[in-house]
Design a protein around this ligand. Structure first.
Ligand code: UN1
Length: 513
């Protein structure tokens, strides 16, 4: 069978026109400079070209953004939460209106296929709706007091400025998870996006500013700073930034966590994953293979939730490998904006180098690699066919997160062994089991089951809904974002004891004088 791929890519000028038109519709095209001009180069993985230059923040700009956001916090924190919700509601409406525009920029800048780019914008709309509802549900508890005539309760208050640091692979949704929730909680935000995706950031900033103007909120409730690592470090080290919510590699988290802790700031870390699916003898294999292929090859393996390992029972492992490999051979690889493409480009050359190096290591460890070759569509663009690798056991390479579509397959004989393999990696983001045996499913989700923040049954590891809390354990960093009660990470809790009696009884039966 011949490899399927879309053989032509759009030209850099095509991409420029599309991005310019989308930014024009959003009202942010004035930020575009000529490629090679001053500012941050905004490039596309689709062809490897630099499309535009985008204004870059100086250290002084970043400092001023924090000052402005800290000032805006003074009024925003006492603005009623449902009124704050109105801003997020308007942002959600603008995102509905500009869904296709923003998706076009996501595709150009992050290389996501159209359906996934639209899905990412939908994820933003979903979190806006969630946050608007939340703006009327920031509940505190009332607690039974041990003292007569006393009431004990909890109130929740905003933290201050939230620094949001995001990665290239979800260039808009992760900003929205943080910003929508942080804003309804009464915080203000300073965002430092990946330097690989400055155009999507400019678009989001234009939309939030328009939303603020439309509802009469101060623009400074959400600021954007663009640049390389030093700009992010300013957020990490500035004591005015109460919470740093950072998404990225474990290596980045190792820097951010201790630095924020050293100044007693709060950190919310969303770091690497090494997500596995266990395929049991009772699994519905049609469903399992579809779930595996979407999670392992989707987004060209560049989600933090990407499935990187399959742990298959000995009785099904051959079939699973054969079926995944066969699906991989027919996956259309190429221009992410073309109809039918399912696998777009890797973000840059380094990703490709990392993929080649990981596959070499796997081979050296006795791994049998199928796929993984480069699909040559142009010199500066890195397209690959996803790889499936049968491993003789879990060697060091299997424990690493390589941000590319490599799926290692391990074999197990009994469920305890499969769960131990699932949990053997240093990361703990997402996991799945494919089974029709309820005992196996329940065991996987029990205290001695998966140790990950996400443990799914009969769906893949990626593509979580916003309604749940999103995040993971161990080197994934422990943070939770998005739905459920993740909002509590963006607020501080005060315990209030109110005495409405005319006595002053002391707790614990203490008498004093
Ligand atoms: C990420 O890769 O950083 O669950 C976020 C998912 C998406 C979010 C991924 N909803 O795959």
């Amino acid at each position: 069978m011949t490899s399927m791929h879309t053989s032509t890519l759009p030209t850099a000028d095509d991409l420029r026109d599309r991005v310019r038109a989308a930014l024009q519709a959003i009202g942010a095209h004035t930020a575009l400079g000529e490629p090679g001009g001053p500012g941050l180069p905004a490039s596309t993985p689709v062809t490897g070209d630099v499309l535009f230059a985008v204004p870059e923040s100086t250290r002084e700009d970043a400092d001023a953004a924090i000052t402005d956001a800290a000032r805006a916090f003074q009024t925003w924190r006492v603005t009623p939460a449902p009124v704050r919700g109105a801003l997020v509601s308007r942002l959600g409406e603008l995102l509905v209106e500009h869904k296709a525009d923003l998706a076009t920029i996501v595709t150009a800048e992050a290389g996501k296929i159209t359906s996934e780019a639209l899905g990412e914008v939908q994820e933003m709309i979903d979190i806006c709706q969630f946050a608007v509802g939340l703006s009327r549900q920031l509940y505190g508890k009332t607690i039974a007091s041990e003292r007569p005539g006393h009431r004990l309760m909890e109130t929740w208050h905003p933290l201050g400025v939230v620094g949001v640091i995001t990665a290239f692979n979800f260039p808009v949704a992760v900003w929205a998870w943080n910003t929508a929730v942080a804003l309804v909680c009464g915080n203000t935000v300073v965002w430092k996006p990946s330097e690989l995706t400055p155009l999507t950031a400019v678009a989001c900033q234009a939309l939030i500013e328009r939303a603020a103007d439309d509802v009469g909120a101060p623009r400074d409730v959400s600021r954007l700073v663009q640049g390389a690592r030093e700009i992010g470090e300013l957020l990490v080290d500035d004591p005015r930034v109460a919470l740093v919510s950072a998404t990225g590699s474990v290596r980045m988290g190792r820097q951010v966590g201790p630095r924020v802790a050293a100044r007693f700031g709060k950190a919310l870390l969303e770091l690497g994953g090494n997500n596995a699916a266990i395929v049991t003898p009772s699994a519905d294999l049609d469903l399992a293979v579809r779930g595996i292929v979407f999670s392992a090859a989707g987004t060209a393996g560049q989600r933090c939730t990407t499935m990187r390992r399959v742990i298959a029972h000995r009785s099904v492992v051959d079939t699973v490998i054969e079926r995944v490999a066969s699906a991989y051979r027919s996956l259309p690889v190429g221009d992410p904006s073309a109809d039918g493409t399912l696998v777009g480009p890797l973000i840059h050359e380094r990703s490709h180098r990392d993929m080649v190096a990981a596959l070499d290591r796997a081979r050296a460890d006795g791994g049998e690699v199928t796929g993984g070759e480069r699909v040559d569509l142009g010199e500066g663009a890195y397209y690959v066919r996803p790889a499936v690798v049968r491993m003789p056991g879990q060697t060091a390479v299997v424990h690493d997160e390589t941000f590319a579509p490599i799926l290692y397959v391990l074999t197990y004989d009994d469920l305890d062994e499969a769960i131990a393999l699932n949990n053997a990696v240093p990361q703990g983001l997402s996991s799945a089991i494919f089974t029709t045996d309820m005992r196996e499913a329940e065991r996987f989700m029990a205290a001695d089951g998966s140790d990950c923040g996400i443990a799914n049954v009969n769906i893949g590891t990626s593509g979580a809904e916003i309604g749940g809390a999103f995040g993971g354990e161990k080197q994934t960093g422990g943070g939770r974002e998005s739905g459920s009660d993740s909002w509590k990470a963006y607020m501080r809790r005060a315990t209030n004891t109110v005495n409405y009696s005319s006595e002053l009884p002391l707790a614990q039966g203490v008498t004093f004088g």
